[in-house]
Each structure stands twice: as C-alpha cells, then as structure tokens.
Design a protein around this ligand. Structure first.
Ligand code: PLP
Length: 350
C-alpha cells in the first residue's frame, strides 16, 4: 500500500503538449527545456519520451543535468547547458551556452560547438546586447550553433518590452554570425512567428502550466499529485485546526475533516495554508489551517463516503489545475512542480 504522496507523471500528456507547441513553432523546430529534473517530472524519463517523439534539442541549466539527459536520449540529440562552461561540458558531449565575452574568448580556443546567449534587456544572464555587436569579428570563423535570447515578459502579450527585445535581437542576429536562432520560451509561442526563432525552448508548457492569457487550453497536465488520507474525523463548529489555530470552523454543525500525507517538506508550499484546495472524487475540499511539514488537513464534509483512510486526494492534476493551486499559494506553477521533493514518489504512465 502506498502510504505517502505520489506524483503520477503523464509522459503521453507531456509528448502531446510538446507536439502542440511544435505545431506552433513550425516552420521552426521545438526543443524541450528539461532543467530542474524536467520541472520535477523526472529529467531522464521525460527526455527519453520526448526523444522518441522526435525532439532533437534539449536544454538544461547544469552540465550534471545534461549528463543524465545524454544517457536518456542517446548520442544524436543536441543538449545545451544554459549556465555556461562547466567542467563536465566537454567530457559529456554537451554544448555550453556562452554568457560573457570572457567565456566566449576562452571557449573559442577549444574549437568546440557552442551557443551564444545575448541579453536583450532582461539584465539577468547573457552577453549584454549593447556589447555583443562589437564582438562579431571575433567569431566569424567559428559561429555559434544557436544565437539565443530570452524574453522578460512573454506571458504578458501586450507588454511593449516584448517588441523591444525582439527588435534588439533582430538587429543583432543581422550582424552576428550564427547557424540558427532561438528565442521563444513557452509563452512566446503564442506571440507569433517573429518571436520564435529557428529553435524554440518550451519548458512549463510541456508540463501543462503557464500563465499567459493566450495559453492553449488543450495543454494537458504533466503530473497528478496525490496524497492518501491518513485519518477522518468530525470536529464541532467553533473548533480550530492546526498550528496557530488559524482556521476556525464556522457554521452550527460539525465538520468532517481529513488529514493527508503531504506537507511542506514534500515541497507543497506552506503559503497554501487556508487558501489552497484539493479534490476528493469530484468534491473540492478546502485546505484548513496551516500546511505542516508532513500533513495537511482538508474539509471533506461534502465528500460523503469517499472520505476514508487510504483514499487518494488530488492536489495537482486534471481536477485541481497546477496554476490554480500555485496561485492559491501566491506563486507560479514553475515553483510548485520544480520544488516537489524526493519523498514524493514518481510513478510513470505513458
Ligand atoms: C527555463 C528557461 C526556458 C523555459 O521557459 P518556460 O517559461 O518554462 O517555457 C527557456 N529559456 C531559458 C533561457 C530558460 O532559462
């Protein structure tokens, strides 16, 4: 019997989401961002499934992540490492994303392939766009495979900064030698072809998340996070629930409560206290009181006979949308799924 939380990873859904985004990226090619253990879904299993579906370009943050992806996808795929030239990069046959002039100079001496990230205004990582143009002559003989940049506001389609970054990138890509361009994260897939580049970099959309108002409603959940009920009991009106006694049971009649095996040590955010919810069957059950380290109490009054020890309650999935749950915790789906801990058992379905 499973006595702790589980994340059932829907590999078939992730592949379907990738195909949907690949349609959008056409005539460009859709890659896949599988950093942070494929946003908590399992980097090797997700990469292998996407490679079988035809994905040829993968992106990770660290060389160590890239090495695991390499084992999963075989020798043919390109694997780019966002965070620059780590010491594993050469050994593991990964392609670094170069982020500064100094890094570029050193890497050019290796004669090995690379990608070049130009920062078009986000001021986070990458060669600043104001400097990049001046370096063109230094790599004419050895152009990057990918010239890439990243949008700050792609999930806000009306934000004028999208067009500012696109224009800066277009001007740079006209001057800088390169084999191909890469521009779009998930949300930019819905901004139109000029915002895509030759190879796109969808992450959160593969896993069914994302907050763009243009988001395709056909995207399917990448995982179902469930926790089993440990105990069911009645509590009278006026009682309180959990640490700090922050939830007070209102009304005149007793409430039926259930406590489940899931907590903030599993990565389920404490900020969902008194605001998140779960589903037992078709019944929406509010989280009552604070999320504890290993336990959460929910209101199962309306769930009838379904509420019994061992029954599974959904916290992320087809019934409780990832972004709905994340918003209740004051965050984004990115943080919620990528933060799920090792104690959450991953179960893979095709
Ligand atoms: C994480 C990341 C992505 C993926 O972004 P999503 O919003 O998850 O699609 C793309 N590009 C870069 C540089 C990233 O760091």
């Amino acid at each position: 019997m499973q006595t702790g939380p589980t994340a059932t990873v829907h590999l078939g859904n992730i592949v379907a989401n990738w195909r949907l985004l690949a349609d959008r990226a056409a005539p460009g090619e859709a890659g896949a961002v599988v950093k942070a253990d494929a946003y908590g879904h399992g980097g090797e299993r997700v990469s292998a499934a996407l490679a079988r579906a035809g994905c040829r370009t993968f992106f990770v943050a660290y060389a160590k992540e890239g090495a695991a992806v390499r084992r999963a996808v075989g020798a043919e795929a390109d694997i780019y490492v966002f965070n620059g030239t780590g010491n594993h990069t050469l050994v593991e046959d990964l392609t670094p994303v170069i982020n500064s002039a100094a890094e570029l100079k050193a890497w050019l001496e290796t004669g090995r392939p690379y990608a070049l990230h130009v920062d078009t205004g986000m001021n986070r990582l990458g060669l600043p766009w104001r400097e990049a143009g001046g370096l063109a002559d230094s790599f004419t003989d050895h152009p990057p495979r990918l010239l890439l940049s990243h949008f700050a506001c792609a999930d806000e389609p009306d934000h004028t900064f999208n067009e500012t970054q696109r224009e800066r990138f277009a001007a740079l890509s006209a001057r800088l030698p390169h084999e191909a361009t890469s521009l779009a994260n998930t949300a930019a897939h819905w901004l139109g072809a000029p915002f895509h580049g030759d190879v796109t970099r969808p992450g959160i959309g593969l896993y069914g998340g994302g907050t763009s108002p243009l988001r395709d409603e056909r995207l399917l959940p990448g995982m179902t996070l469930e926790a089993p009920i440990l105990s069911v009991f009645d509590a009278p009106a006026g009682d309180t629930v959990g640490y700090g006694a922050t939830a007070i049971l209102s009304g005149d009649t007793p409430r039926r409560l259930a406590t489940v095996a899931l907590g903030y040590s599993d990565g389920f955010l404490r900020s969902a206290s008194n605001s998140g919810s779960a589903c037992l069957g078709a019944t929406r059950c509010a989280i009552l009181g604070r999320v504890s380290m290993d336990l959460i109490t929910i209101d199962v009054t309306a769930a009838g006979g379904l509420a019994k020890p061992g029954a599974k309650v959904e916290f992320i999935g087809a019934s409780v949308g990832l972004e709905t749950q994340a918003a209740a915790a004051g965050t984004l789906g990115y943080e919620l799924v990528s933060g799920l801990g090792h104690r959450v058992e991953r179960i893979y379905r095709t």
